[in-house]
Design a protein around this ligand. Structure first.
Ligand SMILES: N[C@@H](CCC(=O)N[C@@H](CS)C(=O)NCC(=O)O)C(=O)O
Length: 257
């Protein structure tokens, strides 16, 4: 996180650096979705700067000193720049406390645990399945960059890496999520929408955007314009973060394949 002594006011517009996708105005990055949902849920005034993968370093690399591969999302508020969706959440909670996205009782630790679970267990369980489909979501330069860097990291072609992989691999790691929801839902935060829902919605949105089987069951796919992704009235935002309309729907969406 980088900051400045010229403290920005809540009135200052936030600039949100989001990942550029295949079609203008559509968002496809699960990490950026979290931030977009938080901004929209809180009703914060912001505008988006769309950044193609190969331009991330030159545009926002200074916010992540020493990091060879800097990442999005990044926000700029006045002279203050914040990188990383979790750090951005902390900042937004502090400067735009209402409505809150952290659980009042369990606070940051439980919420952080769930985000780590999404990042290090849920998404990796199907990473090789979705990695072959992700390039189609990106703009041309982003696509070329994504394929080149991922193939270099994997040491095989994306096609080869994805061979035999299916989305069913997510069934087992989703079990505890479904159990928690059915016992304590309707939200992953109990009776209210929280960052936990937004982390989970972003992960499922990515899978929904890359896996046709999910598409009919998910309201926010890679084809959902950014303006409609968690935006509009508080009601529609809540719907997106919650995903399902009825108690128990959430796991049905996840486990429908
Ligand atoms: N934990 C980070 C992860 C961010 C992340 O991995 N962002 C991806 C886009 S979805 C990125 O910018 N990757 C840059 C690259 O691979 O060059 C967060 O939540 O902000």
């Amino acid at each position: 996180m980088s900051s400045s002594t010229n403290a920005p006011s809540a009135e200052d517009e936030i600039i949100f650096y989001d990942l550029m996708c295949a079609a203008p105005g559509e968002c496809c990055s699960p990490n950026c979705w979290r931030t977009r949902m938080a901004l929209q849920y809180k009703g914060v005034k912001f505008r988006t700067v769309w950044v193609s993968y190969p331009d991330i370093k030159s545009l926002v690399g200074h916010t992540q000193p020493g990091k060879e591969v800097p990442t999005l999302p990044v926000i700029q508020h006045g002279a203050t720049w914040i990188a990383d969706s979790w750090q951005i959440l902390q900042y937004l909670e502090q400067h735009f406390p209402s409505p809150p996205l952290l659980l009042p009782g369990a606070g940051a630790q439980t919420t952080h645990f769930f985000q780590c679970y999404c990042e290090s267990v849920l998404i990796p369980s199907v990473r090789l399945c979705i990695i072959t489909k992700a390039p189609a979501l990106l703009d041309e330069r982003g696509r070329e960059y994504f394929i080149r860097t991922r193939e270099a990291a994997l040491g095989v072609s994306l096609e080869e890496a994805g061979r035999g992989q299916t989305v069913n691999a997510i069934r087992a790691p989703l079990g505890p999520v479904a159990k928690n929801l059915s016992e304590y839902g309707p939200y992953l935060g109990g009776n209210q929408t929280t960052w936990i829902s937004s982390s989970s919605a972003s992960s499922s949105g990515l899978i929904g955007g890359t896996t046709p089987l999910y598409r009919p069951y998910w309201g926010c796919t890679n084809r959902t314009p950014a303006s409609r992704c968690g935006s509009g009235t508080r009601g529609s935002s809540t719907w997106l973060l919650r995903g399902p309309r009825r108690r128990g729907d959430f796991e049905a969406r996840w486990c429908i394949f």
